[in-house]
Design a protein around this ligand. Sequence first.
Ligand SMILES: Cc1cc2nc3c(=O)[nH]c(=O)nc-3n(C[C@H](O)[C@H](O)[C@H](O)COP(=O)(O)OP(=O)(O)OC[C@H]3O[C@@H](n4cnc5c(N)ncnc54)[C@H](O)[C@@H]3O)c2cc1C
Length: 287
Amino acid sequence: MKPAPFEYHRPTSLAATFDLLDRYGDDGRILAGGQSLVPTLNMRLVTPRAVIDINRLPGLDAIRVTPEGLVIGALARHEALEGSALVREHAPLIAAAMPHVGHAAIRTRGTLGGSLALADPAAELPACAVALDATIRVESRRGRRDVAAADFFRGIYTTALGPGEIVTEVVVPRAAPEWRSGFEELARRRGDFALAGLAARVRVAGVAVGEARFVFFGVGTAPVRARGAEAALAGRRADAGALAAAGRALDADLDPPGDIHGSPALRRHLAGVLLSRVIQRLAEDRS
Ligand SMILES: Cc1cc2nc3c(=O)[nH]c(=O)nc-3n(C[C@H](O)[C@H](O)[C@H](O)COP(=O)(O)OP(=O)(O)OC[C@H]3O[C@@H](n4cnc5c(N)ncnc54)[C@H](O)[C@@H]3O)c2cc1C
């Protein structure tokens, strides 16, 4: 199919972008990498009056380290995140997740801001942002607003973005060296959206886990923090007993949906498998 006719705008400044967003309101759609928007336009699932292409906004693809931490522009492509030495050093969780996002061709165009704004519940980057305690910076004619990733994802394809706002940057705070990260996902085929996935970070305290952050994706309407499993592991050695306790707690943390790709029971089982893989790997890394 071909998209319904739309006006096409390619602003070269944020001010001009905000003018267009004000002019079209709900009838204007931001275009970043186009990997999700263009298929929905072609299938006429969305029929905006105007498409506002932000690819010419200067500087929004930068990846840099500042006193705030690692700052990644919304237009940074998935491919750039995958190949960035700064991302590997300061946000290894994102580096580990990137090869799982679609296929290489998709990663050459898809952007960080697009993934976060889309808020697909099975996407990798929203879960990484929550696990990393990232801040999502959004801007509009009214100014700039920082939203904690934990508050940004509100449900299926639903975020805290308000009218006229766009994502401009993501700030990943500096982490102390004791923090380790682990990433796992299960999909039917490499490159598919996840049936279940886990973005994890733990703070190592001697031979024990000081603190843990387990953020699952593909098992809820938004990234799901498994607080029970985190508490079950905190302060313990990551041995078989702790692993079993975390697995039991995980059952209460999750309420996965069923769909044509998998039942709630399957997703619950997969989440348990991912949790034990991540914990075992993190325990091995420490030895
Ligand atoms: C075959 C296939 C497989 C895929 N597999 C995966 C996968 O496994 N995991 C995964 O996470 N993704 C996957 N994707 C999606 C891909 O990662 C997209 O890049 C991503 O979802 C959206 O990013 P984009 O830059 O392409 O955004 P676009 O498609 O341009 O935009 C997506 C939505 O976000 C809005 N938007 C974009 N940028 C901004 C911004 N800065 N501020 C506010 N709103 C904005 C747009 O208006 C639109 O509503 C897949 C896509 C395809 C086609």
